[in-house]
Every structure is written in C-alpha cells, then in structure tokens.
Design a protein around this ligand. Structure first.
Ligand SMILES: Nc1nc2c(ncn2[C@@H]2O[C@H](COP(=O)(O)OP(=O)(O)O)[C@@H](O)[C@H]2O)c(=O)[nH]1
Ligand SMILES: [Mg+2]
Length: 195
C-alpha cells in the first residue's frame, strides 16, 4: 500500500464505541505506560513536530485519539497506563474503554506496544502483552528511547525485556528512538505488513 505519511491529521477523540469512526479503514493502536514515548512515536512516524501532543503531564489524555493517515489507515493513541495519580474508579473506567476497543474493534490490525528500552517492563507492560496474546491480537513491541542506551548495550536490554515479557519470537521487536529516528523504517515495515 502506498501511503503519504505526511498527510496526517487528528480525526477525533472517543471514549466509547458509538463515537469511533464508522468505516473500515485499518487501525494500528499504540499502547504503553504514560511517558514511554507514545506521542513522540506518532510524531516521529508522521514526520511531525507536534501532531500528537507530547506533554510533561502524564495521564492527561483519557480518550482514544484517532489519527487519519492519508485516508488509508489510522493510528489510535490509547491513553497511557500506570499513572499513579488517577483514582481507582478512573482506572476502572480506563480499563473498560481499552478493553472494549481492543476486543471488539474490527478495524484493529495490530497493537504497537511500547516499552522503555532502559528498564525492565512493568507489571502493567507484562499484563498488556499477555492480554494481547490471549486475544490473539498481533503485537509489535517497540522499545523506546534507544538513544539513551549505548548501542553496545542494546542487545542486553532487548534480551532482558524479552525475557520479562515471555516474548513470542514470532512477534516483531523494534528498537526505536524519536530523537535519532532509529527503527522508524523498520516500524513502518512492520505496520504496513499488518494492514
Ligand atoms: N531521549 C528520548 N526521549 C524521548 C523519546 N521518546 C519520548 N521521549 C521523551 O519522553 C517524554 C514523554 O514522551 P511522550 O511522547 O509525551 O510520552 P507518552 O506519554 O507515552 O505519550 C518526553 O519528554 C519526550 O521528549 C526518545 O526516543 N528518546
Ligand atoms: Mg502521549
């Protein structure tokens, strides 16, 4: 598929199914802990400085944000998990919203699950991966902030993450940096393959 990735815009934000876009364009959802680099990933992939707001205030975006890419596909930015300062009630609401989207959305082709290359995956990261595997949703693991780790140590960090996730080698694993753009082409290849 030929996609002009520069032709991208925020389409709408939704909390529930009736507000999702009503067509059959393929969607790639982005999931990860607050601050892992989700918005930066979207901006980098779309060659934009600030399409998806990167904010110092984690947990701010509480809706599913749908980005139209060249009228051919969408990115769906899922609000980040693991933000301590939200109430139990808000967390439950968040959980239901994500679960509804991930388990019922026919447009969904794959989830890009972002983890921080510098750290072992959190319990939430592991749970998200297990959830996606359980529902047989194709996963692309993107390990962010690779620029903060010397290249000579990338392998070691990658192995630690794979071990903690109980990573399925048939899934994609991509080392990524929004600063150097390392992994961008690989990420696009993996995404386009899923459409
Ligand atoms: N060095 C570095 N910093 C990054 C990278 N990706 C994101 N960040 C920084 O991490 C913080 C959170 O990024 P953001 O994209 O807003 O995370 P989100 O909460 O997952 O959407 C911001 O200060 C970003 O500038 C990266 O690849 N390398
Ligand atoms: Mg964000």
């Amino acid at each position: 598929m030929e996609i002009n990735t520069h032709n991208a815009e925020i389409l709408l934000s939704a909390a529930k199914k009736s507000h999702y876009p009503q067509d059959d364009l393929p969607e790639i959802a982005l999931a990860g802990r607050s601050n892992v680099g989700k918005s930066s990933f979207i901006n980098t992939m779309l060659n934009r400085k600030n399409l998806a707001r990167t904010s110092g205030k984690p947990g701010k975006t509480q809706l599913l944000n749908f980005f139209n890419i060249d009228d051919k596909m969408r990115f769906v930015d899922v609000p980040g998990y693991g933000y301590a300062r939200v109430s139990k009630k808000e967390r439950e609401k968040w959980g239901r919203m994500i679960e509804e989207y991930l388990t019922t959305r026919e447009n969904l082709r794959a989830v890009v699950s972002l983890v921080d290359l510098r750290h072992d995956p959190s319990a939430d990261d592991v749970q998200m991966y297990e959830f996606l595997k359980y529902y047989e949703i194709p996963v692309i693991i993107v390990a962010t902030k690779a620029d903060k780790i010397p290249r000579g140590k990338w392998n070691k960090h990658e192995s630690a993450i794979k071990k903690k996730l109980n990573f399925d080698p048939s899934d994609d694993f991509i080392l990524f940096s929004s600063v150097s753009k390392a992994g961008m082409d690989q990420a696009w290849d993996a995404i386009l393959e899923k459409l």
